[in-house]
Design a protein around this ligand. Sequence first.
Ligand code: C5P
Length: 400
Amino acid sequence: MNPKKILLIIGGGIAAYKTLELIRRAQDRGFEISVVMTGAAQHFVTPLSVSTLAKGRLYSDLFDRQEDMDVGHIRLSRQADIVVVAPATADLMAKMSHGLADDLASATLLANDKPVLLAPGMNPNMWEHPATRRNRAQLAEDGVQFVGPMAGEMAEANEAGTGRMAEPDEILEAVQAILGVPKAGPLSGKHVLITAGPTHEPIDPVRYIANRSSGKQGYAIARAAQAAGAKVTLVSGPVDIAAPDGVKLVSVQTARQMKQAVIEALPADIAIMCAAVADWRATHEADRKQKKDGSGKPAALELTENPDILAYVAQQSDPRPALVIGFAAETDNLIDNATSKRLRKGCDWLVANDVSQEGVMGGDHNAVHLIRDSGIEAWPQAGKQAVAERLMSEIIQHFQ
Ligand code: C5P
């Protein structure tokens, strides 16, 4: 994979010393980093230190005419995935909010079309000054994102308040969240493929066949997998909830689209199929609304079975995910039905839930059984996020 590229703009504030650490830590996390220093920044840290850590990728003068530096302010941000300003001083923020461009840093920011993250660092009085407040409101409206500043001790003796620049790791966490880079965690490097929500199988332009499914459990699992550091692809039918940050969402309507999206997302290390896929679809989708014909006889609806996505992934995908987990919503004979379903579908684990219980369908709670070769566990009723996290810790243990 190509490394993600950060363009770091170092402003002239005492917190500039922390950017040396920021450069190192960014590289530790696999980022490639280039740096622009303002003139003022060079009073706080030396260009030599920065250039050494940034492996020579340091730029500081708008009128630098090195061969490949023509139109540098435009090229620099084009090559980056994100621009980080640290410390973002009151002066730089004022320039940005007014679109000034009289040095390389401000010209680069004006020519930039990539996400911008500011890590403000300044004296608390400057941060709270009405002019800075106006500028930060304007910048937020322009789509600029902020990390910090934090409350606490300032470099100036006896000064406290909000103005301390966020720590390098906090800044990098924010960068990773914006870029959707998976966090480091026990599932780092693993691809988790999740299906969630219902499918809608059109009968005509206004009617469809669907199962009742809110998508909450699947989305909670996506969140838990993402928090464990996995790369997550969430193939989802129509639901009303937003995908967690950093998760790759593929939205589909029908079972056949869901199967195609799953095939395109493979290979995966772990497949968790939570979607409530409609078992049947209308054999012929009418292109106009079907009307009552006055005879009192209902229109015949011919159905065709949908592909079983879970069975396909478990039995036919190549390479098969190392762990394939299915779900079974049952209203009766939960354990018997779910146990035979696990074998029939060929999945490794099956999470069975009793949807006849009040509040499970569409609700925030779930009571499940985890069915594996090694036996059956009954989990106490818990929130869907808690169920997702427990399932994720079982998965993590499985891979240890
Ligand atoms: O057969 P049943 O619908 O009860 O099976 C439930 C499990 O199979 C779930 O994991 C569901 O996501 C999956 N499934 C599927 N494709 C279908 C039907 C169910 O992936 N067509």
